[in-house]
Design a protein around this ligand. Structure first.
Ligand SMILES: C[S@@+](CC[C@H](N)C(=O)[O-])C[C@H]1O[C@@H](n2cnc3c(N)ncnc32)[C@H](O)[C@@H]1O
Length: 218
């Protein structure tokens, strides 16, 4: 990309600093974890997660991702923040081997994916990957306090279930990232449901140009 220009993930900007590309440790973590074409395009989205992680690692509470797929989101953040020495537990919840959202199966979501993702985290004992349907799978284990919560399920119903179960566990100053919040079209139902849920509790989502939404817990 020419200096100052960003183009990817339905986002075109110019005259910007492209801070992600100036952050050497992030670029290293990002490149080390690229697995497919989609991973290349979502650099800015990943940097939002990395910066949220950088903030949350200083708070009480563990990290949680709902919707893990191959674990690239988790591993990029962990590798940015110490890799094997990452100082928190990181809980990841997914069905892994199939996608319960109709029409949303990703390449490789078949028997064996869970084991593949587990082996990707060899040497990362902080990671707990919990296989099963959210929210039922939360009975297999949940951290009592959460500082970082990334919700990426492509389903309004499941994402609201996560908010119901986990939002109160997010510590003051903690961050919730809603991956699809600012995407329109078929994703818009998520924003509509999340706005209604959060409005009742006096929260407004920061809509990000990456398509994500950010909630700062108090
Ligand atoms: C977009 S992918 C997650 C990508 C990942 N966060 C990343 O950054 O690379 C969405 C995932 O959510 C999972 N998922 C959707 N609904 C779910 C549910 N109710 N319970 C468990 N997993 C679910 C799918 O199986 C899929 O792997």
């Amino acid at each position: 990309m020419p200096p100052g220009v960003y183009s990817g993930d339905n986002l075109i900007t110019w005259g910007r600093n492209n801070s992600a590309l100036g952050d050497g440790p992030f670029c290293e973590a990002w490149k080390a974890n690229l697995q497919n074409d989609a991973d290349h395009t979502i650099l800015w989205r990943r940097y939002v997660l990395a910066c949220a992680g950088y903030h949350c690692v200083h708070l009480n509470g563990d990290f949680v991702e709902c919707g893990v797929y191959r674990g690239t989101g988790i591993k990029t953040v962990m590798d940015y923040l110490g890799g094997r020495a990452f100082p928190k537990r990181f809980f990841g919840y997914d069905t892994f081997d199939y996608n319960p959202v109709p029409g949303h199966a990703f390449p490789g979501q078949e028997a064996g994916l869970y084991e593949e993702v587990i082996s990707r985290f060899d040497g990362y004992p902080q990671v707990r990957l919990i296989k099963g349907l959210i929210p039922e799978s939360f009975t297999q284990g949940l951290p009592p306090a959460i500082s970082y919560l990334h919700i990426d399920l492509n389903s309004a119903e499941a994402e609201i279930a996560v908010l119901e179960m986990l939002f109160d566990r997010v510590v003051p100053g903690g961050i919730v990232i809603l991956d699809d919040y600012e995407w329109s079209g078929v994703y818009r139902v998520q924003k509509v449901a999340e706005d209604a849920w959060l409005d009742k509790r006096g929260y407004r989502v920061f809509p990000l140009p990456t398509g994500q939404g950010l909630v700062l817990k108090r």
